[in-house]
Ligand binder design. Structure first.
Ligand code: UDP
Length: 437
């Protein structure tokens, strides 16, 4: 048999690159344990254009989706041809991100094996499969626009979905929403050519979702700690000094505050968050990405940095998986991106939920209503989350011991999945066998 040569195609965003890298490192690590096969942890990074000019805004997902479809399928085909012509080993399998289904059509056309890896909740795949039904039931129109504001369930044990907070209705303006919806429809069609559908979740976190789409198999949680290694694929340099700072804090005392790679705050909301953290009067570690608000340094309330210097630390980008596993961390003020959700759950950390867009509102539903390991924050009548609300909810979360107790149960349950003989572990083993076959 020739050497395996897998081509992985991530969606070009931070929360998609990290778990796809982790998937690769996990499966290649597992495969190379049996030394008979020539599978090594070798990753070569290559790039193809994403259809946008260098100066265009990649946070405009509507534009990104259009650019991707316009340019990437042809470029991917050319890349595979080029690799097959110049490399000793032809591409044997394409693994595409859940939002890059079109890549599987390219693989099919070229006679290459294909798998789809979704870095989101399994429920998101259920939702994509249900899109036509949502249109038929009069919940959304053909453009994905809600007919009226209403709530519905994918199944009684899954979070309630508000039509205003569907993944595509909570992204950008109406043009962006229509573009993203169109992209999802196209994606739904192309994933039918996948030989395998896998995702970064577990059966026991989302039992109903997996019974609704039985071809979808969980392989999560995919975490670097499972391989005793560092996570890879970060767009910003990680500031590891915060780990030493955490070492100096009392056990279970620190509020870890991070909103992933996309969230932005206007200045007023940013200030209110700072005031909230100050009010809490507890140690906090806050990830203030350089682009989280316009002019972050100016945006802090006057004197804030001096006043909190003895108990607060701000960093540009943290080694988040390591932070969340640190014994000093008490809770996670999070935007509820799925990676952050899986990382918090895997470490038994209770959440304060502050979703920003896309699937994050749905993930909050799992955290607060289904698993009951967190609390949501309520905005005031102007839509601002006030410092006092943050302070009150931190107290409520940390004083009521049930949140931590349930979070620890969830942690234990989740960890079993990736141990030898665990369900995710078995799925991944079968997946590797298929890649090698
Ligand atoms: N992350 C990190 N350092 C930070 C903030 C985030 O390493 O300071 C990582 C985090 O661990 C997660 C990813 O970035 O793996 C963010 O993915 P998520 O799905 O949570 O959010 P998104 O960025 O897609 O909104």
């Amino acid at each position: 048999m020739g050497r395996l040569h897998v081509l992985a195609v991530p969606f070009p965003a931070q929360g998609h690159v990290i778990p796809l890298m982790e998937l690769h490192k996990t499966w290649s690590g597992m495969a190379s344990k049996s030394r008979k096969d020539d599978v090594r942890d070798q990753i070569r990074l290559v790039s193809i254009p994403d259809g946008l000019e260098a100066w265009e805004d990649r946070n405009d997902l509507g534009k990104s989706c259009e650019g991707i479809l316009r340019v990437m399928p042809k470029k991917l085909e050319e890349l595979i041809q080029e690799i097959n012509r110049t490399d000793d080993h032809n591409i044997t399998c394409v693994i595409a991100d859940g939002s890059m289904g079109w890549a599987l059509e390219v693989a099919e056309k070229m006679g290459i094996k294909r798998a789809l890896f979704s870095p989101a909740a399994a429920a998101m795949m259920v939702l994509v499969y249900r899109i036509q039904k949502l249109i038929d039931d009069g919940i959304v129109d053909n453009d994905g626009t809600p007919i009226k504001n209403q709530k519905f369930h994918l199944s009684p044990n899954m979070p309630t979905i508000n039509t205003a907070n569907l993944p595509w209705t909570s992204i950008g303006d109406s043009t962006a929403q229509r573009r993203v919806f169109k992209y999802l429809l196209r994606n739904k069609k192309s994933i039918t050519v996948a030989d395998w559908l896998i995702c970064n979740s577990t059966y026991d976190l989302e039992p109903d979702a997996f019974s609704l789409v039985q071809t979808l198999l969980p392989v999560g949680p995919l975490l670097a700690s499972n391989r005793q290694a560092n996570s890879a694929g970060h767009f910003w340099p990680e500031d590891s000094t915060c780990l030493e700072w955490l070492d100096q804090q009392p056990a279970c005392s620190v509020i870890y505050v991070a909103f992933g790679s996309f969230t932005v705050f206007d200045k007023a909301q940013f200030r209110e968050l700072a005031l909230g953290l100050e009010l809490c009067n507890r140690p906090f570690l806050w990830v203030v990405r350089p682009d989280i608000t316009t002019g972050a340094n100016d945006a802090y309330p006057e004197g804030f940095q001096e006043r909190v210097s003895s108990r607060g630390l701000m960093v540009g980008w943290a080694p988040q998986q390591k932070v969340l596993s640190h014994p000093s961390v008490a809770c996670f003020l999070s935007h509820c991106g799925w990676n952050s959700t899986m990382e918090g759950v895997s470490n038994g950390v209770p959440f304060l939920c502050w979703p920003y867009f896309a699937d994050q509102f749905f993930n909050q539903g799992y955290i607060c209503d289904v698993w009951r390991v967190g609390l949501g924050l309520n905005p005031d009548e102007r839509g601002v989350i006030l410092g006092e609300e943050i302070n009150n909810k931190v107290d409520e979360l940390l004083i009521d011991e049930k949140f931590k107790a349930r979070a620890m149960e969830l942690k234990e349950m989740t960890a079993l999945n990736v141990k030898e003989g665990g369900k995710s572990h078995n799925n991944l083993k079968n997946f590797i066998e298929w890649i090698k076959s």
